[in-house]
Design a protein around this ligand. Structure first.
Ligand code: 5GP
Ligand code: ZN
Length: 141
């Protein structure tokens, strides 16, 4: 299993940095975020070190997803939340500070003051078509 000696999340998995662990399997580890957006904010990570979602072994997607389903339900139960957001910040530009892939589970309540990002339509159908064409040409199967 790959490990990065300088990675704080690898150290948390190894127990070298303390954490409020809420769930663990042979491949997945989950613990409370030290600076939560809301109480119950949980980080779900593969035990193995992968810098971002793009490098993560796709075989871990199933175990990660199963963990998210269990932990999100538990976080809602524990905090009285009525929903949650699942977010994976990828690369610095998207807000990723810790380079060990992690899924954020953020419990949500009515009128909790949080908002999602602003959206707006494409300038034209052609502009939308152009982006879709470029993506289709790049995606490998
Ligand atoms: P990112 O910005 O990389 O998507 O999220 C990293 C998250 O890790 C942040 O929400 C931050 O609060 C959390 N975090 C950073 N260091 C520690 C730590 O040592 N322990 C815990 N429990 N959370 C941490
Ligand atoms: Zn790591």
């Amino acid at each position: 299993m790959k490990r990065d000696a300088d990675c704080i999340f690898c150290k948390i998995v190894a127990g070298e940095i303390p954490s409020q662990k809420v769930f663990e399997t042979d491949t997945v580890f989950a613990f409370l975020d030290i600076a939560p957006v809301k109480p119950g904010h949980t980080l779900v990570i593969p035990k193995e070190h992968f810098a971002t979602l793009l490098e993560m072994d796709a075989a871990l997607a199933g175990p990660m997803h199963e963990a998210v389903q269990k932990i999100a339900a538990a976080a809602m139960e524990a905090t009285g939340a009525k929903g949650f957001n699942l977010q994976v910040n990828t690369h610095k530009v998207a807000g990723q500070l810790v380079p060990h892939v992690h899924y954020h589970i953020i419990p949500r309540h009515e009128d909790d003051g949080l908002s999602l990002w602003a959206q707006s339509p494409y300038d034209s159908d052609a502009a939308m078509q152009e982006v879709a064409d470029k993506m289709r040409a790049t995606i490998t199967k």
